[in-house]
Design a protein around this ligand. Structure first.
Ligand SMILES: Cc1cc2nc3c(=O)[nH]c(=O)nc-3n(C[C@H](O)[C@H](O)[C@H](O)COP(=O)(O)O)c2cc1C
Length: 272
């Protein structure tokens, strides 16, 4: 058996990697994931959207509460507004479909109300977290489904920069929150994206007990990312560790999301 596997070589950027002892068509597909930020104008069909949502709904859901929803936005005017709210990201304007994934406690509130029952537990941080986890699991299944159909995606965390504005234009009811957006479309072959390396497994996989001894793995990853930036002709100053540290230096690095608790409370999440 060869000691290298091309999908592992790109996923780990040539850094220390396990030799894959087994794989499946699904795992091979997951290993080739790339976020895409340049799209052709060709639409995503209703059939493709419906298949993505069926995959999303097939994700596990905490207590089967299914406390998530998604708003599919094709209208160019709305996409332009969402792009502006998300820090003026050109790919949000460009991608033919924007999926805005919601933590949605409002449906359960309406159900409880219709049943004449209280729903005071919805006011706790725990239930907000359940909604966010449900939305994320659903969304990632949709990404895998989209990629299996030859479509491309990129998540848009920028949708949390101005939550009230996003809620206003999408007419979101209270107790719903746009966790992230997602561009969906066909990759522009003239501007292709590459597989971005990940940390060595030794940094993220712990056996029996957590180990903080990760400096060798991080150093290896800094080198792998330096090779990646060079191959991509990206002029990135400093190592991955340095710019990741800069990303968490202070509240000013959060693109307005430092006031998320206040925005969530205004959206009807008491977060007790
Ligand atoms: C929750 C979430 C939010 C993200 N937000 C953005 C975003 O606002 N804009 C963007 O261009 N990429 C965004 N990304 C994409 C990440 O930058 C990307 O996944 C990461 O750099 C790894 O690259 P890869 O997905 O190509 O492997 C986001 C990813 C996630 C998971």
């Amino acid at each position: 058996m060869s000691t290298h596997h091309p999908l592992y070589d790109t996923r780990y950027g040539g850094a220390t990697q396990p030799v894959p002892e087994l794989t499946t068509a699904l795992i091979d597909q997951l290993l080739t994931h790339r976020s895409v930020r340049a799209f052709r104008p060709d639409p995503v069909s209703d059939a493709q959207l419906s298949a993505m949502i069926a995959a999303a709904q097939s994700a596990a859901s905490s207590s089967n509460l299914q406390v998530w929803s998604v708003v599919a936005v094709r209208d160019q005017g709305l996409r332009d507004q969402l792009a502006e709210f998300a820090g003026n990201q050109a790919h949000v304007r460009q991608a033919p479909l924007q999926l805005v994934w919601l933590a949605d406690l409002s449906r359960l509130e309406r159900i409880a109300e219709a049943e004449g029952r209280p729903s005071a537990a919805l006011d706790y941080l725990e239930m907000f977290l359940v909604g966010v986890v449900d939305a994320a699991l659903a969304a990632q299944n949709a990404v895998a489904a989209a990629e299996s159909m030859g479509l491309s995606t990129v998540y848009i965390g920028g949708m949390r920069n101005r939550p009230e504005d996003v809620a206003r234009v999408l007419k979101l009811p209270p107790k719903t929150f746009a966790v992230f957006g997602m561009c969906v479309g066909h990759e522009d072959a003239a501007r292709p994206a590459s597989v971005k390396p990940r940390l060595p497994q030794s940094a993220v996989l712990h056996h029996e007990h957590y180990s903080t001894d990760q400096s060798v793995a991080v150093a290896e990853y800094n080198a792998a990312m330096a090779r990646f930036y060079e191959a991509q002709q990206m002029d990135v100053k400093g190592t991955w560790a340095i710019h990741s540290a800069k990303r968490v230096a202070g509240p000013e690095t959060l693109s307005g999301r430092d006031r998320l608790v206040e925005a969530l409370k205004a959206r009807g999440f008491a977060l007790k």
